[in-house]
Ligand binder design. Structure first.
Ligand code: HEC
Length: 135
């Protein structure tokens, strides 16, 4: 039987379940400046394969939306940055600076609806490995 108290209790439990993953680890942080730098870099270096909208690439997989988010579910920002750093662009591996790769990741995250903040994304690998993607 559902009465209003059980309804309220299950609503509260549901809310808690939804909020819990966000409460774990550290919050994702990157600045508008980093995302803007990443955007410029993306156009120059990544768009040719991943496409102008990040989902219309002819040679690269989607970098936003459910395909991308399902693939990176449960992983950290550090893992994403490491992947991009070691594997992208495939024809010019590790051709960019760490700051440039960080900007590219910040831009990808912003295109996946993660808000910019006043705190920059750092380069401390341990901290980034504890910063979980929110999907
Ligand atoms: C020459 C084409 C090419 C270029 C240039 C390129 N990529 Fe990729 N990218 C790929 C391919 C192919 C894959 C899929 C590889 C895989 O899953 O192992 C991929 C995968 C990725 C992924 C993982 C996506 C997923 O589905 O897990 C990210 C993130 C990424 N690229 C970012 C970038 C960034 C940032 C740049 C620019 C600095 C870039 N790529 C440039 C071809 C490219």
């Amino acid at each position: 039987m559902f009465n209003s108290l059980t309804m309220r209790r299950s609503a509260a439990a549901l809310l808690l379940a939804l909020l819990t993953p966000l409460a774990c680890g550290q919050d994702i942080a990157f600045t508008q400046t980093q995302a803007d730098a990443g955007k410029a870099l993306y156009k120059e270096t990544c768009q040719i394969c991943h496409g102008s909208t990040m989902v219309n690439g002819q040679f690269g997989t989607p970098l936003r939306g459910s395909f991308f988010q399902d693939k990176w579910k449960g992983k950290s920002v550090g893992e994403l940055l490491t992947f991009v750093y070691e594997k992208m662009p495939p024809d010019k591996l590790m051709s960019l600076t760490v700051a440039e790769y960080t900007g590219a990741v910040a831009y990808i995250l912003s295109r996946n609806d993660i808000a910019v903040s006043d705190t920059a994304m750092g380069t401390n690998k341990e901290a980034l490995n504890k910063t979980m993607l929110p999907w």
